[in-house]
Design a protein around this ligand. Structure first.
Ligand SMILES: NC(=O)C1=CN([C@@H]2O[C@H](COP(=O)(O)OP(=O)(O)OC[C@H]3O[C@@H](n4cnc5c(N)ncnc54)[C@H](OP(=O)(O)O)[C@@H]3O)[C@@H](O)[C@H]2O)C=CC1
Ligand SMILES: CC(C)(CO)C(=O)C(=O)O
Length: 335
């Protein structure tokens, strides 16, 4: 995500990519951006400063944090004492707590929450493909204005919002599919086209919605269907689902979740910040979230070397069976 955002911005403003040698070395000839209906674009290496040294952020107006949730605390420690007082940090990460973690570590700094609604996959050396579309969102704040202008100049759609906690809860509901998608081994379109996988996701979302309600949080509406009705739409038979969710399925045939990419590359996933968050929130409010707990356990098992095998939809649903009432799979809203 850092290469995608940085690559787009580098054509309009000075960008320094602070990252790992394994990523930066692949950018020696620059960076190629594809997807989302834009012409394939090459960003030449002279437009990108690449470094592993966080000291390079000392002069930055903005720091966009795009590490996985488990790496936020360490990244925050690296930022501590290195930023100008007027630098603004934006967390463009999934999960609910990354901006708060950064704020706690950087109390003198303006830290904004952001949200990326679309998927980006590293498809080859220096090549980053955007497989789905949507507007970036971030806290509406005066400090965000120049960044919003730069993102727009780079032709990235962006919406400042005054309800980012609600946006992040809505995004968490979407991200509950990351585990299902990663375990399926399938592109998003193929996976969401199969009802058995959708029933797994519907169970996770139902548990999350119950936990959100108990916590007094109403997730923002990010798409055509209000969040509370999404589990019902997911449970529709395939043909009806295809009609109702045509827009959601209009994704690139190759788009996959970031968690799929983590399992493919043998990296730890973000499941603790997604399914794990629902389990923790449910517990705080005297509820349980057994489908989310089971999926988190399956993802952790798949993180072990050699243990990642694709799950069919029926097998995954069976693995979750007994974790919630199967009659839910026939439930309609209000019943
Ligand atoms: N990819 C996607 O399609 C989407 C991702 N997101 C969210 O965006 C965030 C980033 O995701 P994604 O780009 O996929 O993650 P990746 O793991 O692909 O990229 C993060 C990179 O940051 C590196 N990194 C970690 N800590 C540091 C540090 N302190 N200094 C420098 N580099 C560091 C990681 O290295 P290492 O592996 O060594 O830790 C890794 O190379 C996540 O929260 C994700 O959920 C949101 C929407 C879509
Ligand atoms: C865009 C989306 C929802 C795609 O699965 C995502 O956030 C991710 O892959 O992490």
């Amino acid at each position: 995500m850092g290469c995608h955002l940085g690559g787009h911005l580098a054509r309009h403003t000075d960008v320094t990519l602070v990252g790992r040698p394994s990523v930066l070395d692949g950018l020696a000839d620059g960076l190629t951006l594809s997807g989302a209906g834009r012409a394939r674009a090459h960003v030449p290496p002279e437009l990108l400063t690449r470094t592993t040294d966080p000291d390079a952020l000392a002069g930055a107006d903005y720091v966009l944090v795009t590490v996985k949730s488990a790496a936020t605390a360490a990244a925050a420690r690296e930022l501590t004492g290195r930023l100008r007082p007027d630098t603004t940090v934006v967390s463009f990460q999934n999960g609910l707590h990354n901006a708060r973690l950064l704020r706690d570590a950087l109390p003198q700094t303006t830290v904004l929450a952001g949200m990326v609604p679309y998927n980006v996959v590293h498809t080859g050396p220096g090549t980053f493909h955007q497989g789905t579309t949507g507007a970036l969102m971030l806290d509406a704040h005066p400090a965000a204005r120049p960044l919003v202008a730069a993102l727009r100049a780079a032709r990235l759609d962006v919406q400042p919002r005054d309800d980012m906690p609600r946006v992040q809860h809505a995004k968490l509901l979407m991200n509950l599919n990351n585990a299902v998608n990663a375990l399926s081994g399938l592109p998003l379109r193929e996976q969401l086209g199969q009802r058995a996988y959708r029933l797994c996701l519907a169970r996770c979302q139902q548990e999350a919605l119950a936990a959100f309600a108990a916590a007094g949080v109403r997730p923002a509406r990010l798409g055509p269907v209000p969040a509370r009705l999404t589990p019902w739409v997911l449970r529709l038979p395939d043909a009806a689902f295809r009609r109702v969710a045509a827009a959601s399925l209009a994704v690139d045939a190759h788009a996959r979740s970031s968690m799929w990419e983590d399992l493919e590359r043998g990296r730890a996933t973000e499941v603790d910040a997604l399914q794990g968050e629902v389990v923790a929130m449910a517990r705080r409010h005297g509820l349980t979230a057994p489908a989310n707990a089971r999926l988190a356990a399956l993802v952790h098992a798949a993180e072990q070397p050699g243990l990642h095998r694709p799950w069919t939809g029926p097998a995954l649903l069976h693995a979750l069976s007994g974790t919630s009432d199967a009659t839910e799979d026939r439930q309609v809203p209000g019943h």
